[in-house]
Design a protein around this ligand. Sequence first.
Ligand code: NCD
Length: 331
Amino acid sequence: MSQTHSHLQLNQQGQLRHFLTVEGLPETLLTELLDTADSFLEVGERAVKKVPLLRGKTVCNVFFENSTRTRTTFELAAKRLSADVLNLNISTSSTSKGETLFDTLQNLEAMAADMFIVRHGDSGAAHFIAQQVCPEVAIINAGDGNHAHPTQAMLDMLTIRRHRGDFRQLSVAIVGDILHSRVARSNMLALQTLGCPDIRVIAPRTLLPVGIEDYGVRVFNDLRIGLRDVDVVIMLRLQKERMQSGLLPSEGEFYRLYGLTPETLALAKPDALVMHPGPINRGVEIASEVADGPQAVILKQVTYGIAVRMAVMSMAMAGQTTQRQLNQEAE
Ligand code: NCD
């Protein structure tokens, strides 16, 4: 499976042409992506926040599921690369999903779009589009079901690298609703590829997926044990919209056992980073004092997200262009 994924995502020279999942991508490529994102952070600090890398290209945000942060940061990233941007919010459409996905994208392809940023409630949607619908268009996965959210993972990696440096020295804990979280899955894969030796997952049994150990993580059901001496804490939202009833006694009970409060955070290293992909639910998984406190880098994650998305888009566009040239030479 991972072989197929990485093969589909890379061109014949091993460059990125779609970004569907972190799974199967080599450490060198993830590091190149982080280095490229680092260089784009400086663009965001200029008076004129633009570079011409995607000038004349059309990027379509195709969101079948709601999003604020992810969609707007992709839009800003595309605009900072000088692309033309279309925003399609299809979550309100009443047409059946299969038809909407296929037909909408084929229509957009006919308008000569160069890149689709896709968010979809079904796991595998971005792969399906890259494989079956529009292989010539760069497809960037902005979150598919509970499967993958690779740009979120890479912005989390950039945050960790900028604030803590070498992954090989770190203990990182991911806390909360792992079962429904595409962010958790992509983060576990990225941390593993980047050589993090101690990845911990902390959750009640009912919010852990079957086979979690296969990700090379240590599983804790007790927050107070799992958080001990970690360098980074990644909190997750309770994804109630994906939850069957009966998985949790109550939000109050969850907060009491798994909430990140000043008391529980004190169990981690004194300067441990506090991260969250957003949207945060204050008093459900995280206390306001912690979310707004000195160890939190939650808003930095948003800023870094723009640079990471610029890096992903410029690399995928370059990879598509190279592949097209190779195809022409072969003809
Ligand atoms: C996450 C998502 O959509 O998967 N949010 C995000 O992209 N910023 C996590 C969440 O919704 O809780």
